[in-house]
Ligand binder design. Structure first.
Ligand SMILES: [Zn+2]
Length: 459
């Protein structure tokens, strides 16, 4: 059965026009006026609505053993939350630790998602150790459709790699045409600063930010960029949070290093005073890199507007209140992370587009198209075109609501963005032609999401 979206205003990264869209099965087959369609076609009237390509979250955690516990969501809850918020594809971080076998880890992560996600997905494969077996294992994973790796310069002795391992990973990535995403903080400094603060009895969540200051992130970002420049590999800085790190990345970019920049939703909207709140309220807002001084907000919005920051993800990583309280006696034991997969599109639209900080095309670009291009999914994903998957977000710009834990779909007992008004939300969301969401409710089919095959493109 076909799907016809009529009377909407289509907005992509580079165009805005009125036309109808017809999808035959999973694929868009016609765009235009007065389309001829079969009689049994499902018709959606999008009058007064905006029609966006399905949004892509390039940085989420769903299955995650971390800091002696597990992140809360399953692929069912995370994908439903994503879809209700307009995200039709996500890339999950596959994160076996340094002590796990990478290939076994990959198949474990894959098995958790398979048949359980209501939207399409892929993985960034973490390289948390580089040994004899690594090259052959990573080749197998790339052959399975993964074209991005992830390295951590922080989380020493768990996820973190040494500089030598980073070098080996980048050389291999260059050979395989894979892009390397990186968490950029100086591991040695973080552990020294943490120990120093704890020894002075500074144990609360308000000390999380001082334990990983902006300079520590800038150092990691600069070092990653230097290694990229000297290996010719292509890189992607994840969750960049502050001006010094932005400067380091921009200096490398403008010198010709192949480097993309991602920032994540919390760093545009929240600041370190959230983590300075008393008790568990502060713990809810502990993530790494930490929430920063608010003076960084304007610079990040400007960098996003200009395209210096390429993408906006979430680093969605829900731990509930009970889990956060594991860090009651030491901020270093607070599981790092905040949910956001459901709120990203609406909050970026409201506080970016509606506040005049972000052109609507750059919004689509940063929240969908760039991720598709950088990670090898374009033009199947990230745009509205004949031949693209029929992942569509029919968006109601007149909706008014408030973000609250009471109505969220992610499996968690708090929202990181509690009480924030939103101006707009998806009215209908489709995944490859199937209607999955209507006005904030999941009405579709669970488990239809597929793992995307992403070809190596970064040679
Ligand atoms: Zn992450």
């Amino acid at each position: 059965m076909g799907l016809l979206v009529k009377n909407g205003e289509i907005i992509t990264a580079d165009s805005r026009f009125r036309a109808d869209i017809y999808a035959e099965g999973e694929t868009i087959t016609q765009i235009g006026a007065d389309l001829t369609v079969p009689p049994d076609t499902v018709v959606i009237d999008a009058a007064g609505k905006l029609v966006f390509p399905g949004f892509i979250d390039p940085h989420v955690h769903v299955y995650l053993p971390f800091m002696a516990t597990f992140a809360k969501d399953t692929h069912e809850t995370a994908s439903i939350a994503a879809l209700i918020g307009g995200t039709t594809t996500y890339i999950e971080m596959c994160c076996p630790s340094r002590f796990d076998d990478a290939l076994k880890g990959y198949y474990l992560w894959k098995s958790k998602a398979e048949g359980n996600s209501a939207c399409d997905y892929s993985f960034h494969m973490s390289v948390t150790r580089f040994g004899e077996e690594t090259e052959s294992q990573l080749r197998e994973i790339v052959d399975d459709g993964i074209n991005s790796f992830k390295i951590f310069l922080s989380y020493k002795n768990f996820f973190g790699v040494e500089d030598g391992e980073m070098y080996e990973t980048l050389l291999l990535a260059k050979k395989l045409g894979v892009i390397v995403t990186a968490h950029c903080e100086n591991a040695e400094l973080v552990s020294r600063l943490q120990a120093g603060l704890l020894s002075e009895g500074k144990i609360g969540p308000e000390w999380h930010e001082p334990s990983r200051p902006e300079s520590v992130e800038a150092e990691g970002t600069g070092r990653f960029a230097t290694f990229l420049g000297n290996t010719g590999a292509t890189g992607y800085v994840v969750h960049l949070s502050c001006v010094p790190a932005l400067r380091a990345a921009m200096a490398a970019k403008s010198a010709g290093t192949k480097l993309y920049i991602e920032s994540v939703l919390p760093h545009f909207l929240l600041d370190k005073t959230y983590a300075e709140r008393k008790g568990v309220e502060g713990m809810k807002h502990v993530m790494s890199p930490p929430l920063r001084d608010a003076r960084n907000h304007d610079a990040l919005w400007n960098a996003l507007r200009c395209g210096f920051v390429d993408t906006v993800g979430t680093d969605h990583c829900p731990f509930d209140i009970e889990q956060k309280l594991l860090g009651s006696d030491a901020f270093t034991q607070i599981p790092n992370g905040i949910p956001g997969i459901e709120e990203r599109v609406n909050l970026l639209y409201t506080y970016g587009v509606n506040r005049g900080k972000l052109d609507i095309h750059r919004f689509v670009d940063a929240a969908s198209t760039q991720a598709a291009k950088i990670f090898g999914m374009f033009p199947r994903k990230g745009t509205i075109a004949v031949g693209s998957d029929a992942d569509l977000v029919i968006y109601d710009p007149n909706y008014r609501g408030i973000v609250t834990v009471e109505t969220q779909h992610t499996d968690n007992d708090y929202s990181g963005f509690e009480g924030m008004p939103i101006e707009g939300r998806p009215s209908i969301v489709t995944v490859r032609g199937t209607i999955q969401v209507r006005d904030g409710r999941f009405v579709g089919q669970k488990g239809i999401g597929r793992q995307l095959k992403r070809e190596p493109i970064h040679f």
